[in-house]
Design a protein. Structure first.
Length: 291
C-alpha cells in the first residue's frame, strides 16, 4: 500500500508549531507541536503493509521553499523514505519558472501544492482570497508545470470547485490531485449537495484525481462511518482508478493511531471490488506520483 499524503517536519523550521497555540482548522494540536521525523513515521506504519509514501509540503516559510525540498530529499537519500516529494511554489508571482528551476534538480520532485482554500469562516481560511483558481497569472503559471512533468495538488472548498474545474480544463496537460476529497466541512443536506455538484464538475475533467484523506479535519476524530461514506461517494463520482489513499499524518495523529486510521479506510472500502481497492491503495498513487 502507498500513503500518498504525509508530512514530516522539524519545529525549528515551522514557526506555526512554536509559541502559544493558535486556533487551527484541525483543532488543538499540542500533541504534535514537536519534531515529527521520518523515524517516527516509519514506527507509526510498522507492520501495516505501507510500502511507499509521498511527502506533501508542510508550509515552511515561503522564502525557504527550496530548503524544505532539499531537507526532505536528504532524508530520503539517507533512509529511503519518502519516495516522492510535493513541494511549494507561489503561483501568484508573475513568472513561476525561476522557482520551479530551483526545484527541478531534486530527483524526488513530483508536484507542487499551493493551498487555495478560502472560507467565510476565518478559522477555515488559508488563501488570501477565494478566487485564485480564476486568476490569469495563476492559470498561466500552473500550466508551466507540464514542462516539468509535475502535478498540482489542488486544495479548495465546495464553493470554489467551479473555478477550480475551469482551471483544470485550461491546463489539460497538468494532473490535478484534489486534496482531502474536496474538504467536505458542511454536512447539512445543502452542504453535501453543493459538494457533490462541485465534485462532479471536477470529475468531468479527466486530468483531475481525488485524494481520500483528511476526513478527520473538521470533525476532529476518526469516524469509520464518515470515512466509508466519503469513500463510497467519491469513488462513485470519480471512479476508483482516479482515487488514492493518503494518511495526512501527523495531523490525524492528534486523534487516531495510523493502525486505526488505516483500518477505518480498509473497512470503508470493503464493499468495493478487489481491483477498486488495489487502485485506491496502490495503483493510482503509483501512476500519478510515478513511484
Amino acid at each position: 500500500m502507498i500513503d500518498a499524503h504525509h508530512h514530516i517536519w522539524l519545529q525549528k523550521d515551522l514557526p506555526w508549531l512554536l509559541g502559544p497555540e493558535q486556533p487551527r482548522i484541525f483543532g488543538p494540536y499540542a500533541a504534535i507541536k514537536r519534531d515529527y521525523e521520518i523515524e517516527e513515521f516509519l514506527g507509526d506504519i510498522t507492520g501495516l503493509g505501507i510500502s511507499k509514501s509521498v511527502y506533501v509540503q508542510a508550509n515552511w516559510p515561503v522564502d525557504r521553499f527550496e530548503d524544505e525540498v532539499a531537507w526532505v530529499q536528504s532524508v530520503a537519500d539517507a533512509r529511503g523514505w519518502p519516495h516522492a516529494i510535493v513541494g511549494y511554489a507561489d503561483f501568484t508571482e508573475p513568472d513561476i519558472r525561476p522557482q520551479l528551476e530551483r526545484l527541478k534538480g531534486y530527483p524526488l520532485m513530483r508536484g507542487i501544492r499551493q493551498q487555495f482554500h478560502w472560507h467565510r469562516n476565518p478559522l477555515y481560511r488559508f488563501a488570501a482570497r477565494p478566487d485564485l483558481a480564476s486568476d490569469p497569472t495563476v492559470r498561466k503559471n500552473i500550466a508551466r508545470l507540464a514542462d516539468y512533468g509535475w502535478s498540482f495538488d489542488l486544495q479548495v472548498f465546495a464553493d470554489q470547485m467551479q473555478g477550480a474545474a475551469r482551471l483544470a480544463a485550461a491546463c489539460p496537460e497538468v494532473t490535478f490531485i484534489l486534496q482531502h476529497a474536496g474538504m467536505l466541512e458542511d454536512t447539512t443536506e445543502a452542504g453535501i449537495s453543493a459538494w457533490s455538484d462541485g465534485m462532479a464538475r471536477l470529475a468531468d475533467c479527466p486530468n483531475v484525481v481525488s485524494k481520500l484523506s483528511g476526513f478527520g479535519t473538521f470533525i476532529h476524530r476518526n469516524d469509520p462511518g464518515f470515512i466509508a461514506r466519503m469513500i463510497a461517494e467519491t469513488v462513485g463520482i470519480f471512479g476508483a482508478d482516479r482515487c488514492l489513499f493518503g494518511s495526512n499524518f501527523p495531523i490525524e495523529k492528534i486523534w487516531v493511531t495510523y493502525d486505526d486510521l488505516l483500518s477505518a479506510f480498509q473497512a470503508g472500502a470493503a464493499r468495493l471490488t478487489t481491483d477498486q481497492r488495489k487502485a485506491i491503495f496502490e495503483e493510482t498513487a503509483q501512476r500519478i506520483y510515478r513511484i
